[in-house]
Design a binder for this molecule. Structure first.
Ligand SMILES: [Zn+2]
Length: 136
């Protein structure tokens, strides 16, 4: 590790986003933090890394990599579910199983005309019970 010997400007604002901060920022982004969160994490405004990426192509490339990695990590943190299967095209065994269960459940409920049948029975019964009641 080399000690950062910044030219003595004396004001300190320029070293806000020094190499150490850049590395921490990129690590945070790669770990799945949003750009704003990562900037806050190293104590700079969201505009500082953005501006820096515009002038420093090496940093911009590293940031790109970090963002790709971070996005993957964020996606991996989403719990496996039927929605994950449908929206993220996840083909993890858990997601496949949930999606299969979901489809089976919808088929089953669609094939059950039970409430309608009960209603029909009740209607068919009532005139009889009504007439019996009247006849007694
Ligand atoms: Zn999944």
């Amino acid at each position: 590790m080399t000690a950062t010997t910044e030219p003595g400007r004396g004001r300190g604002r320029q070293v806000l986003f020094d190499e150490t901060a850049r590395q921490q920022y990129l690590a945070a982004v790669a770990d799945g933090m949003r750009l704003g969160e990562a900037a806050a994490h190293v104590g700079v405004s969201i505009n500082v890394p953005r501006r820096h990426a515009r002038t420093d192509t090496a940093f911009a490339a590293r940031l790109d990599d970090a963002r790709t990695q971070g996005k993957k990590i964020r996606d991996d943190r989403i719990p496996h579910s039927e929605a994950h299967y449908n929206n993220q095209q996840c083909r993890h065994p858990d997601c496949r199983a949930r999606a299969r269960e979901g489809r089976a459940h919808r088929r089953q409920t669609a094939a059950e005309p039970a409430p309608v049948a009960e209603l029909r029975d009740a209607r068919a019964e009532s005139p009889i019970s009504f007439s019996l009641l009247k006849a007694s």
